[in-house]
Design a protein around this ligand. Sequence first.
Ligand code: ADP
Ligand code: MG
Length: 210
Amino acid sequence: MVLDVVWAVKWLTLCAQAMAEHRVELIELDRAIGDSDHGENMDRGFQAVLDKLAEAAPETPGAALKLTAMTLMSKVGGAAGPLYGTAFLRAAAALGDSAEIEPAAWAGALAAARDGIVARGKAEPGDKTMVDAWTPAAEAARAAAENGGPDVLTVLVAAAEAAEAGAVATDPLMARKGRASYLGERSIGHRDPGAASTALILRAAVGAAA
Ligand code: ADP
Ligand code: MG
């Protein structure tokens, strides 16, 4: 398995599928601690990504991710649009013009995405945001790339599993950034919607390689 542009386009296609399938679930999560728009935002954004990918036919994974970044920034409103836009843009920059993504490069792209989100949103781990999914995902990918040798699927799985665990681990946290922070202690006991959508995105990356 190599992570080339065919994989990247399949990944983004599976992201769009996941956002459509989990639209209502993400809306419900955001209804509990936000304004109910996260599922709608992500579904609309990734459907627009599919349209752009079909038009532009990018030639490298980096180009596909850059197109995704631009589209998410313009089509996804709220906090998540600029944050995911920055994440995909930083990941694209980390990958550059490479035709194929090696395990260490995927780990590097996830770290760049995570750092971009932190630079933009100023949230730290534990603030109950998407950073709580991206941070363990980037760390798990780095560890797997170091230990797992050249098997890129292992690295994708490690990141997805860590993001899923990170999303679940937001349940008991009190939100300290974003709209959910207005609820203070009432945000405790609910999963962060952005952490949940991050887990879907990184699980789709596995599906595209399987
Ligand atoms: P909005 O909050 O504007 O309605 P969305 O509902 O689309 O936007 O996205 C909400 C998600 O954005 C949250 O669940 C959280 O994961 C993420 N988020 C909000 N603010 C920040 C921030 N400062 N840093 C990182 N992530 C954030
Ligand atoms: Mg919202």
